[in-house]
Structures are given as C-alpha cells and as structure tokens.
Design a protein around this ligand. Structure first.
Ligand code: FES
Length: 103
C-alpha cells in the first residue's frame, strides 16, 4: 500500500499507509498526526490542514488553486511550498510523499 511520510515539528517522522483517492489530510487525521486537524472536514474553509511539501515532491504535487492560495495567505507560516493537505488527492503516483507539519 502506498504511504506518506509526515515530518513533525520536532523532526520526528511517521509513515502512514493511505488509499488512493483519500486526501492527505484524511490520512493524517486518521493517523493522529499532531498539527494537522482538518477542522472543516476538507471543505476548504479552515486551513488547519496546512503542510509544507518536501522540496523533492513540490513539482509532483503541483501548485494550489487560486482559492487555496488565498486560504494559505491566512496562515502564519505560509511558504512557497505550502499546500492545504485536504486538497491533495493521494494516489500511487505519490507513494513516498514527504510533507512537513508547520510550526
Ligand atoms: S481541512 Fe479545512 S481547509 Fe483543509
């Protein structure tokens, strides 16, 4: 089963298996990743699912939509590699994806 690696705020790494079609937010929340809350359930209205995409994966994950980018601007730690993880649909092509949980 493909998996995602979540790098925590203290640099701890947890690898969680995910099903294709799940969002990265759902994988994180179901796995209890601290700092990814997904309060709105993925309806693009809370930004509590903010992650930083590892540099090696930015191109494969792709950029945010204009609306998502606007939501990201409301977060404290927005960077060029920021995404809302509820907008990233996991797939076999993203097996091994590395995301960092913002401070
Ligand atoms: S879970 Fe609310 S914006 Fe992603």
């Amino acid at each position: 089963m493909p998996s995602v690696k979540f790098v925590g705020q203290d640099e701890d790494v947890r690898e969680l298996a995910g099903d294709a079609g799940d969002t990265v937010m759902r994988i994180a929340v179901d796995g209890g990743i601290a700092g990814i809350d997904g309060e709105c359930g993925g309806s693009l209205s809370c930004a509590t699912c903010h992650v930083h995409i590892d540099a090696a994966w930015v191109d494969r994950v792709g950029p945010p939509s204009d609306y998502e980018a606007g939501m990201l601007e409301s977060t404290d730690s927005v960077q060029d590699n920021s995404r809302l993880s509820c907008q990233i649909i996991f797939s076999d092509a993203l097996d091994g994806l590395v995301v960092h949980v913002p401070a």
